[in-house]
Structure formats: structure tokens, C-alpha cells
Design a protein around this ligand. Structure first.
Ligand code: CUO
Length: 840
């Protein structure tokens, strides 16, 4: 029958001509089949679960088993625990038992370990609503209970006992939060939210598969291939970071789809860095030689990083969307002969809003990493959580959302649209309709809002009147105008953006907590209410405010989805207007705060090495996304129709570039300086030159870093990918030597969206660059790269200045002048005109 059976039969002394032989063969084949199923069917789940630090000697084997199981829970959010446990052969913990009746968790000694009444308040099938305070409280309750666990194994044991009784979204949020904050999880690399909950980013399986058929046919000859080739043919000296190979290969079973990640040794980008480091005549090298920079200096680190890291703006995406760091080509993990994948090209071309111009921005609003960034920011800046409250959280709320808004306006300008218009009066209709056209975790579609829907008082999961939010707004406006917040003890707290003693809070920080708002860190939650969050909630319920249609809430209910809806930016423009009223009320910076005697920024340029200086380029690119988990979970792998879904996402991208700065120091000794770089459009949407005041609301942070300079002329090169706002590969958030690095991508801005789209004929922007004295600005010297959009738990922002300094306030010199004219007399400032060209 088969050679395997013959050999086995021979070994066992069974005659191949007898009936006994047939039975024996049957048993052998059964055994082989069992082994095959165990190894092949389940191992691609197992393959993807790899701890960041496999040789961590601190964690015992049990802890590692626990962590592995916790990650598997994350990646299979809707599979019951028992099914997962037997499929993945978890070690079964017996130390906890949960009683769903009493909501009590008992430990092995028969003692009450926790009461999960709060955590179970959100039903297993309820739609999770982040901006609903009760739902956030469920998250906090569960976090509190998990924090009693003394090690990862205990966290797993508790999770095992309670998981089936907790709303899956609450459970996932808590688990990811624990991975971010617990010290015993420091070495664990958490999966991205797009991989944990892909249905929040893509439509359901049916839509994907039907689109996939079309796209497979189109793939070989259609747009993307042409787009990429055109980009590189236009600039023959520019070698693509990724080989275009995958676009010219037919797809099929076993075809590797991962583009080459390594930068070619002949790439001009690499050469550039090699040149700047290796050449003995390089001014940069001379600079290093002269200054004898310590091997631990951030300057040196910067160059080391830029040299040895493969430079790819897309690399973080790949790292984020795959969990296995073993070096396996990404696609090969699931390209098994038995399950040829379905390839889907995802182009954001599903119409979701009725206004065509708004629809044109879908590629930006629906960008996966951007959605993930916003979600992650809210995850780590958990509301009502004093033990892990992030430093300057209220100010961060203002600043991070200001930057989102600024960049959205850059994009609108690139497409010839007006800047976003505030929507703050909840009694007026919302012009834009929005139909999300994808489903929530429970399989129900998100609520759709028809055009010109007028929000009303809400009475469904929560009860809230518009009148109540208006009272809160009036009180907040009064606080902004008078510069005084009334505390819960009825004390008057002055809110001012002045330098503050350690432990004190700036006015913008206090205002941010009151406005967002946070029931624990708000100085008076009862009085100032929950203004911003309830705005989200009322808008998300506008299409069914009383729940009479039994329609789920719209995407505005959740940070992970809210940025997809055009009304998000309108609501946040209104919130930003309130913050800006406060900023405008602050005294302008004095010239002593802006100048830097003895240090001049002689020259500055931006180079992408494909054309003249100060010419930057964007284009559309693709990324492959593994939807192995979540999207196709409804068809089991044992089903002959099972095929994994592999998604290619079209997204904006740009050529990496460098800032080159010539800094002259007349000081007698070396000096650490802070370099602050911002970008803004030069002209308004109507083609008029903007004044300082008009341009002020459109500056977005590009980078803030520090560098050591020596007396005389210094040449400083900084790579765009090193930016302080970006999610970095292996960003060392914990800052302790010897720690494994943690993938902190979620906290940073998506690297591929660093630049605005620009226009085919070139759109004019300005880059504002300022040098300030690090002795004044930096709280403590650290070798960690700085991050502008979040700070690790229990640490402080290094930059002492207000976020957005110096462009966050009005200037003494008057609002009729341009920014160039306002800073004309400051030798430490330069404004560079740049052109951003979009390659089509
Ligand atoms: Cu991030 Cu309104 O805060 O969404």
C-alpha cells in the first residue's frame, strides 16, 4: 500500500498479504494524519507567538508559558478559552476559579481573590464604547484586579479563569495595557491592534473575498506596479528600498511575497550615510574628531542608528504586522501548499461618505497605522488611572490632537480642499454622512449616519442631554477667559503657561484634563463634566439617539475607529479652538526666551538626494498585511475551502530625507543645543501668503532633538526617520541598560505619513528650525531618543518648554507680519521654503 506501511509492517513482523496488514496500515495512516494535523495545522498559530527575548533568564519557564498563552488569547480574541487551550495545548492553571453568579474570583486556597462586578458590567456581546465612562471603568476595574497578580503566570491564571465572562474588547484593552505597563512584561513584544482586531480596519470576510478575486486578476498589470515603476524610472539614480520583484511575479501557493527589506549597498541613501561617516574629510567627521564626542553622546548614537539600521519607512509596518522575529520571511509563515492565500489589494475605494472630496481623503483617514496610533495613545493615556498617569497627559491631549488636525489640513490643502471647519454646536446638523461599512467585533455593522443628521439628547447605553454639555462648555470657557479653574474643594487655581516648579502643572495641562476629560485628574469633574468624551458619544449616537432602531453606535464611539469619520476632525477642531483661546490669552514669549546668544543657524536644507535641495517627494506605496488572525477565523483550517487572507494596502509614502544644518558657535566651549523643526503650508488654501497668526495653527512637529556643538562651524545631519514624533523600531521606552527593547511603534506617528501628500506640480511649505539652549530646556540628560507624543510610564518629558514651543502662542510683534518677519532678528532661527511634489 505504501512504503511507510511496508517498512513498519516489516519491522513488526506482519505479513503484507493478510487482513491484519490492512488494519495495521490503517492505524499507521491514522497516526501519520494525527501528527500532520498537530504539526501543520496548528503550528502556524504557534509559529507566530514568539517572545521577544527567548533567553530571558529572569523569567522562569512557567511565566513564559503564561505569556505565550496570553499572546495567543490576544490573537484569537473571540475563540472560547477552552477551545484555544486544547488546540494550543496550554498548561492549565488551576489556581483560580470564577463564579459568574457572584462575580467572585476564588484562589486555590478557597479565598476570595477579587470581585469582578465592575469589570463584568459590560455584557459579553455589548458594543464596547471607549468614550462611555462606565465602559472605561470596567477596563480600570479589571486592570486593578490584574495588578494584584505577582507574576506573568498568575496573570495568565486569572485571565484563564475569567476570560469567557468578560467582554472581549474590555479584555483585550486590559491585556494590552498590562503589556505596556507591567515591568514583568517588559521583554514581550505586543502585537499591533491591526493584527489583534483586523475587523476594525477591514470589512468582513465576504467583502474581502469577493474583492480579492477581482484584484488578483488585476494585480499583474494594474496600477500599483505602474505607480512604483514610474516613480523609480523618473529618477534613475534612486534605487528603491524594496525590490519591485513581488509586483512582477505571479502569485500562487508557496510564493514568497515579502519584498526585500535590506537596503542595497548601492543605494544612494546608504552611500550617503557611509560617506558622511567614513570619509576622513567629511566635515561631520571632523566635527566628531574635534569635539571628541563621547561614545555615548546622542550625536554618535544618531549616526550609529542611522548607519546600521536598514532604512525603510515601511519597516516598522512589517515589524508591527508580524510577530515572529525569527527572521522568517513574513509571507512564508502561512503560505502552505494546502492553503494558498487569497490576495487582496486594499485601496480605500469603498465609498463611506456622501461628499466626494471628503471621500478622496479616505487613504489618510483609514490608514492602519494612523488609526493604531490614535488608539494606542488613548490606551497608554488611560483615563482615571492615577498610578500610571502619564506625565503632562492633559497637555499631551491638546498637543497630539493638534498635530493630527494640522496634518489633516496639510492633506486637505494638497487635494485643493479648504481647511477643516469646526463643528461645535451639537444642535446643528452634521453635514457629512458616514457609513463605516465594516463590522464590530460581535459581527454587527457599525452605525451609519445619514447626511445632515442633527444630534439629539441621547438616551440609550447612557443618558446625556445636549443642554448639559453646553453648561460644561460655558464653565470651561469661563475658566479660559478668567484664567481660573475652580477645584472640587472650591479653591481657585490659576491656569497659566509659565515655567513651573517640579511637580507643578502648567495651565494647559490642567485645562486638558478638564476638557478631555478625566474623572480623576480633572480638578473638578463634577463641575466641568465630560465635555470632549460626551461630544464623541452624542455624535456617535446621532443616527439613533434613543436606540429605537436598535442601531449600533457609529465609529466616533471608539478611538480605534473615530479618526475614519470626517466629523472627527470637525469636532476636534472645535476642541482645539478652545485650547487655542487659552493659548492666545498667554503672554507672548519674550525675546530672552526665544534668542540663543552666541549660537547661529547659518544655513539649513533638506535633501532627499534625488533632486535639488529642499525638494521632497511623496508617492503611493504598498504594504502587505497578514490577516491570518481574526478576519478569516470563521472558516477553520480543516475546511477544504479555507484560505488565509493576505492584504496589500495602498498608502502614502515618501522618500527619506536628511536635514543638514550649519551651526556656528561663538561660545568658548562645547554646548548641547536643542533643534526644533516644524512644517507648515506657506500659502493659505486660497493662495495667499499667511501671516504669523494664520500660519500658527498649521505648524506640525517634524522633529525635536538635541546635539552637541563645538566652537566654530558645525555641520549636523539628521535623518528624517529619526524624528521625535515617529514610531521607532525598538524604541527603548524603559531606558534601563540591558533591557530588551519594546516595540513602541503605536505611540509614534506612522513613519510613512511624515510628509504631507503635496501636489503633482509641487506644493509650497515652510520648515521652521530653531536652536535653543539645552541647559535651559532639558530636564535631565538621557540617551533615550525623545518621543513627542508619549512618555514611558513613570517617566517625565525631557523637554521643559510648552509643547509646540515657540509657535504655540501669539507674538508681541503683531499679527500682520509673516513668520519670517517675526523671527527676522533671531540668528538661531531659519525658515526654509520647501516643495513637496507628489509623484503619480
Ligand atoms: Cu483622541 Cu477625541 O480624543 O479622540
Amino acid at each position: 500500500m505504501c512504503s511507510v506501511c511496508n517498512v513498519a509492517a516489516l519491522c513488526c513482523g506482519i505479513d503484507s498479504s493478510k487482513a491484519m496488514y490492512k488494519l495495521f496500515c490503517f492505524l499507521v495512516l491514522l497516526l501519520i494524519n494525527f501528527l500532520w494535523v498537530s504539526c501543520v495545522v496548528f503550528d502556524d498559530v504557534e509559529d507566530n507567538i514568539t517572545l521577544r527575548n527567548a533567553t530571558n533568564t529572569d523569567s522562569n519557564e512557567k511565566d513564559e508559558q503564561g505569556i505565550r498563552a496570553l499572546l495567543q488569547m490576544l490573537l484569537n480574541p473571540y475563540t472560547p478559552t477552552k477551545v484555544l487551550s486544547s488546540r494550543l495545548q496550554w498548561a492549565r492553571p488551576t489556581s483560580f476559579h470564577f463564579d459568574p453568579e457572584t462575580k467572585l474570583l476564588w484562589n486555590a486556597k478557597g479565598e476570595k481573590a477579587a470581585h469582578l462586578g465592575g469589570a463584568t458590567a459590560v455584557g459579553a456581546k455589548d458594543q464596547f464604547v471607549w468614550y462611555n465612562k462606565d465602559h472605561r471603568k470596567a477596563v480600570i476595574d479589571l486592570i486593578d484586579n490584574f495588578e494584584n497578580a505577582t507574576n506573568p503566570w498568575e496573570v495568565y491564571s486569572m485571565a484563564y479563569a475569567i476570560r469567557n465572562h468578560i467582554n472581549p474588547r474590555v479584555f483585550i484593552t486590559v491585556l494590552l495595557f498590562l503589556l505596556e505597563t507591567r515591568e514583568d512584561f517588559e521583554h514581550v513584544k505586543a502585537p499591533s491592534i491591526a493584527q489583534v482586531l483586523p475587523h476594525l480596519f477591514f470589512p468582513d470576510e465576504g467583502v474581502l473575498k469577493s474583492e480579492g478575486k477581482d484584484d488578483q486578476e488585476q494585480w499583474k498589470e494594474r496600477s500599483l506596479k505602474r505607480t512604483r515603476r514610474q516613480v523609480f524610472q523618473q529618477f534613475p539614480n534612486f534605487e528603491p528600498l524594496f525590490s519591485p520583484g513581488p509586483f512582477s511575479q505571479p502569485f500562487g501557493a508557496g510564493t514568497a511575497i515579502m519584498p526585500q527589506q535590506q537596503v542595497s549597498p548601492f543605494s544612494p541613501i546608504r552611500q550617503n550615510f557611509q560617506n558622511t561617516q567614513v570619509s576622513p574629510f567629511s566635515p561631520i567627521r571632523q566635527n566628531f574628531q574635534n569635539t571628541q564626542v563621547s561614545p555615548f553622546s546622542p550625536i554618535r548614537q544618531n549616526f550609529q542608528n542611522t548607519q546600521f539600521r536598514p532604512f525603510s519607512p515601511l519597516r516598522p509596518i512589517f515589524q508591527n504586522t508580524q510577530i515572529s522575529p525569527q527572521g522568517l520571511p513574513f509571507g512564508q509563515q502561512f503560505l502552505r501548499p494546502r492553503h494558498p492565500p487569497v490576495f487582496v489589494q486594499w485601496q480605500h475605494n469603498i465609498r463611506r461618505t456622501d461628499i466626494p472630496s471628503e471621500q478622496n481623503l479616505a487613504y489618510w483617514r483609514e490608514d492602519i497605522l494612523f488609526n493604531g496610533h490614535h488608539w494606542h495613545w488613548h490606551l497608554v493615556h488611560q483615563l482615571g488611572r492615577p498610578s500610571v498617569t502619564r506625565h503632562r497627559k492633559g497637555e499631551q491631549f491638546y498637543y497630539m490632537h493638534r498635530n493630527i488636525l494640522v496634518r489633516y489640513n496639510w492633506e486637505r490643502l494638497s487635494l485643493g480642499m479648504d481647511f477643516v471647519e469646526a463643528y461645535g454646536d451639537l444642535r446643528t446638523p452634521i453635514r457629512e454622512g458616514y457609513n463605516p461599512r465594516f463590522t464590530g467585533g460581535t459581527g454587527e455593522p457599525w452605525g451609519a449616519r445619514p447626511p445632515n443628521t442633527r444630534p439629539q439628547d441621547v438616551d440609550r447605553e447612557l443618558t446625556i442631554t445636549i443642554r448639559r454639555t453646553e453648561v460644561w462648555r460655558r464653565r470651561l470657557l469661563h475658566a479660559i477667559r478668567t484664567g481660573v479653574i475652580i477645584s472640587r474643594n472650591r479653591n481657585e487655581i490659576a491656569i497659566r503657561d509659565v515655567d513651573i516648579p517640579p511637580g507643578g502643572r502648567r495651565g494647559i495641562d490642567i485645562l486638558g484634563d478638564a476638557l478631555e476629560s478625566d474623572w480623576l485628574t480633572s480638578e473638578n469633574y463634577k463641575y466641568y463634566g465630560d465635555y470632549h468624551n460626551f461630544g464623541h458619544y452624542i455624535i456617535s449616537a446621532a443616527h439613533d439617539p434613543k436606540g429605537t432602531l436598535n442601531e449600533p453606535l457609529g465609529v466616533m464611539a471608539e478611538p480605534v475607529t473615530s479618526v475614519r469619520d470626517p466629523v472627527f476632525y470637525r469636532w476636534h477642531k472645535h476642541v482645539d479652538d478652545l485650547f487655542d483661546m487659552y493659548k492666545v490669552s498667554q503672554n507672548p514669549y519674550e525675546s530672552s526666551e526665544l534668542s540663543f546668544p552666541g549660537v547661529q543657524l547659518v544655513n539649513a536644507m533638506l535633501l532627499d538626494y534625488t533632486s535639488e535641495p529642499n525638494n521632497l517627494h511623496t508617492f503611493f506605496n504598498t504594504t502587505t498585511y497578514n490577516s491570518r488572525f481574526g478576519l478569516d477565523f470563521r472558516i477553520q483550517e480543516s475546511d477544504p475551502n479555507y484560505r488565509p487572507v493576505v492584504i496589500r494596502i495602498l498608502h502614502l509614502d515618501h522618500r527619506p530625507f536628511n536635514y543638514q544644518l550649519q551651526i556656528n558657535s561663538q561660545l568658548r566651549t562645547w554646548k548641547k543645543v536643542v533643534v526644533r523643526i516644524f512644517l507648515a503650508p506657506k500659502m493659505s488654501g486660497h493662495g495667499e501668503r499667511m501671516t504669523y497668526s494664520e500660519q500658527r495653527r498649521h505648524w506640525g512637529e517634524m522633529d525635536v532633538f538635541d546635539v552637541d556643538i563645538v566652537p566654530g562651524l558645525n555641520l549636523v545631519t539628521r535623518a528624517s526617520q529619526e524624528s521625535s514624533i515617529l514610531g521607532h523600531e525598538g524604541f527603548p521606552t524603559r531606558g534601563r541598560p540591558g533591557n530588551e527593547r519594546f516595540d513602541y511603534q503605536g505611540c509614534g506617528w506612522p513613519p510613512h505619513l511624515l510628509l504631507p501628500r503635496g501636489s503633482p506640480s509641487g506644493l509650497n511649505f515652510q520648515v521652521f528650525i530653531m536652536l535653543t539652549d539645552a541647559d535651559r530646556d532639558i530636564i535631565s540628560s538621557s540617551r533615550r531618543p525623545r518621543s513627542s507624543f508619549c512618555v514611558p510610564p513613570r517617566e517625565r518629558f525631557q523637554d521643559r518648554r510648552p509643547m509646540g514651543f515657540p509657535l504655540d502662542r501669539e507674538m508681541e510683534s503683531g499679527s500682520a507680519l509673516s513668520t519670517q518677519e517675526v523671527f527676522r532678528n533671531y540668528a538661531n532661527v531659519r525658515i526654509v521654503d520647501v516643495t513637496v511634489t507628489h509623484l503619480e
